[in-house]
Design a protein around this ligand. Structure first.
Ligand code: AMP
Length: 183
């Protein structure tokens, strides 16, 4: 598979438990071992900041996309050489989508939820066929995944949603996927 860049969607919250930051760090450590460019939201807060700082620490390629109005709130990450400032959230999402050959979702809030639901809906509509991976740490995404199953069960969709994404529980499980992608 020809996957050269990975878009990561995740929380911008600073208030979450330390275990989530550890999760983001471990995930980025693993990704750093592979030749893959990371694309993310450009800020220096929450899990987004943790991912970006770990990838930068390892001198690996990372691109940040941030809308002008969030520069202050989400603290532009000056460690990232490749930062794009865009006009609004729609443009950010567009770039995050376009620049990634695959998508990885870590725990996050409504922003993350919107981003991942959009790429999933687009995949169902056959607008792309890029891999989508949920990092379902401590079953964080299970209620959403259950809802997807329910939608299918009662026929609100005609696609087997489970075929549209992969679910992993631990960052370590990424190794297998990244190895496959680098072939
Ligand atoms: P959250 O998961 O809510 O912590 O947000 C993760 C990232 O998504 C943050 O950088 C938010 O600014 C961003 N975000 C929030 N709402 C949206 C949206 N509607 N479209 C795109 N990004 C968003």
């Amino acid at each position: 598979m020809n996957i050269k860049s990975l878009t990561i969607y995740c929380s911008a919250s600073q208030k979450i438990d330390k275990k989530f930051f550890k999760l983001a760090r471990e995930t980025a450590e693993i990704i750093s071992k592979y030749k893959i460019r990371v694309v993310y939201g450009g800020g220096n807060v929450g899990l987004m900041g943790e991912i970006a700082n770990t990838i930068s620490y390892h001198n690996k390629e990372i691109i940040g996309i941030i809308p002008k109005f969030l520069i202050k709130k989400e603290k532009l990450n000056f460690k990232i050489k490749n930062l794009k400032v865009v006009n609004d959230l729609t443009k950010r999402k567009e770039q995050l989508f376009k620049l990634g050959d695959a998508f990885l979702v870590l725990p996050g809030g409504t922003g993350t939820l919107e981003e991942i639901t959009e790429v999933l809906s687009w995949k169902i509509l056959k607008l792309h066929n890029k891999p989508i991976i949920f990092l379902n740490f401590e079953n964080y995404w299970s209620p959403l995944l259950k809802q997807f199953e329910n939608m299918i069960k009662i026929k609100f969709g005609n696609k087997n949603l489970q075929n549209q994404y992969q679910v992993i529980k631990k960052p370590k499980e990424l190794e297998k996927i990244l190895k496959l992608w680098s072939k």
